[in-house]
Design a protein. Structure first.
Length: 328
């Protein structure tokens, strides 16, 4: 056989593999070929889906704050229905579910009963989703008319009315070897809780005892060969200060020391898309629920994320509306 024939064969194999007409496994012995096919098929399996929504700023209370802040029941229901259709295992509301709070906007004349009703109607709308719904504390909740204990008494976790004794918590999917960690960033720089009608609304803080708890959680994740995904309302990375936590560097050192098991942290608060990849961890800030005031609101059901975790621990984030999409 001539060298020319050999060269053409090599060129043919190279070209067909490159174009996807055949795979490398097509040239392997049958047993090895089957293993390669199985590995490829398994790596492409989605082992879990979940939804993320943030900064809805829902209120049924009359106000004059503009059309982007108001009674958003239809948009919340649209998200819940979309997650049902997608087969999501759970959803996370990543802070500022309701608008009331801080030093202006809706002032202290709004009664506890009104604030409570806004929290309850958000949850009622989200119950259209058939799986568990988890709620992350945002600054607008914590600077509203009731304290954290009052909010937690309304938002039982998850839908089975389990009462979690802290506002930071974790939940596991053992079969998929995944742990989800919800942080509470609603603290003042001295480590005290944000109080009703507080004024320092933008910046958050993760106090030492919560960081210690986070380390313990991530030690377990590493020991059990899990992966962990983190949620926080304020940004844990270095995206657009001061919309993060005031001790971001300290928090990053903890998280990034576990970058082998923590691929991503999701945030709200910024009201826009932003991504920071740092020392093996991706920090994702997602677009606000409704941000485009020129949009046709009757047809546009806001922004949210569908997150898919694959068997090989790749993560695909698909944004709805103006939200970002990316692979992690």
């Amino acid at each position: 056989m001539s060298d020319k024939t050999n060269i053409n064969r090599r060129q043919f194999i190279k070209a067909t593999v490159a174009t996807g007409a055949v795979s490398v496994s097509d040239f392997a012995p049958p047993a090895l070929s089957q293993k390669l096919h199985d590995a490829e098929r398994n790596s492409n399996k989605i082992k879990l889906k979940f939804g993320v929504i943030n900064d809805v700023h829902h209120t049924i209370t009359e106000h004059d704050l503009g059309p982007d802040i108001g009674e958003h029941s239809e948009w919340i229901k649209a998200f819940a229905e979309a997650m049902n259709a997608a087969g999501a295992s759970f959803v996370v509301s990543n802070g500022d579910q309701v608008h009331e709070g801080y030093n202006g906007g809706i002032p202290s004349r709004y009664k506890e009963t009104e604030f409570t009703r806004n929290l309850e109607t958000y949850q009622e709308n989200m119950r259209l989703f058939k799986g568990p719904s988890y709620y992350v504390l945002g600054n607008h909740e914590c600077c509203g008319a009731i304290d954290k204990d009052g909010i937690r008494s309304i938002w039982h976790y998850p839908e089975d009315n389990q009462f979690i004794p802290e506002n930071y918590f974790q939940f596991d999917y053992p079969e998929q070897k995944l742990r989800f960690i919800v942080l509470d960033s609603q603290y003042e720089p001295d480590g005290t809780d944000k109080k009703p009608f507080c004024r320092g609304y933008a910046e958050g803080y993760i106090p030492p005892q919560q960081l210690q708890w986070l380390c313990e959680q991530l030690d377990e994740v590493r020991h059990n060969d899990y992966q962990a995904i983190i949620f926080s309302h304020q940004i844990l990375g270095n995206i657009h200060y001061p919309y993060g936590v005031s001790n971001a560097g300290e928090v990053q050192r903890v998280i990034e020391s576990y970058s082998d098991v923590v691929p991503v942290a999701f945030h709200g608060h910024l009201h826009d898309n932003a991504v920071q990849r740092q020392n093996g961890v991706t920090y994702v800030s997602a677009r606000r629920w409704i941000v485009d005031l020129s949009a046709d609101w009757a047809k546009r059901f806001g922004d949210w994320l569908l997150v898919e975790v694959f068997s090989d621990n790749r993560i695909r984030v698909t944004g709805h509306g103006a939200s970002l999409s990316l692979d992690i």
